[in-house]
Design a protein around this ligand. Structure first.
Ligand code: 5GP
Length: 191
């Protein structure tokens, strides 16, 4: 059987990467499955445990770090831990799937390093910091304090764009969707 591929989407929060990942998951011919990360933050009202994240307590998260259960993990925001479980990646690859990740910039590069032969790391770039701010505010899921925190982090994360295999600039969502589809399809079809 052909070895599954790893498609990594990383970007500052608010860049639209989650929308692109969801869009790609609607295409059965890409044979993609979403890698559900573990997270120690609280669940948002529209999220489902086991589908968006495995929501666990900071204590359980730290225990899993000790047990070496993660491919990678990051304290993305203070006291908010996120990580990719080894068991999750193994399960999806064993199912014969290509695995798609929606993770932060450092985590994305970390996975790429561990799977250099069969991974593609895509950076989704928001058009500008002011546009990013607008998007985060209109989402209405975060407090002004949290938005500030995310904007500050975004500036830092933009500097890693050059280390990715591909950059998609998301200034026009429909175009970004088409670009993402083309890029992922051709990578998956490559032997
Ligand atoms: P949010 O709280 O908005 O769902 O996610 C915050 C950030 O954490 C996003 O940039 C998201 O991509 C990232 N993230 C989600 N899962 C993981 C993971 O498993 N590992 C890492 N390093 N970052 C993650």
């Amino acid at each position: 059987m052909k070895k599954g591929k790893l498609i990594i989407f990383s970007a500052p929060s608010g860049s639209g990467k989650t929308t692109l990942v969801h869009y790609l998951l609607q295409h059965p011919e890409l044979n993609l499955a979403f890698s559900v990360s573990a997270a120690s933050r609280g669940k948002r009202p529209n999220e489902i445990d086991g589908k968006d994240y495995y929501f666990i307590s900071p204590e359980t998260f730290k225990q899993k770090i000790k047990n070496k259960e993660f491919v990678e993990w990051e304290e993305v925001y203070k006291n908010n831990f996120y990580g990719t479980l080894k068991s999750e990646v193994a399960r999806l690859l064993n199912d014969g799937k290509n695995v798609i990740f929606d993770i932060d910039v450092k985590g994305g590069l970390n996975i790429k390093k561990q799977y250099p032969d069969n991974s593609l790391a895509i950076f989704v770039q928001p058009p500008s910091v002011s546009e990013l701010k607008k998007r985060l505010q209109s989402r209405q899921t975060e407090t002004p304090e949290k938005i500030k925190m995310r904007i500050a982090k975004a500036g830092e994360e933009m500097q890693y764009a050059k280390d990715f295999d591909v950059i998609i600039v998301n200034d026009d969502l429909e175009k970004a969707k088409k670009d993402a589809y083309k890029i992922v399809k051709s990578f998956i079809e490559k032997s």
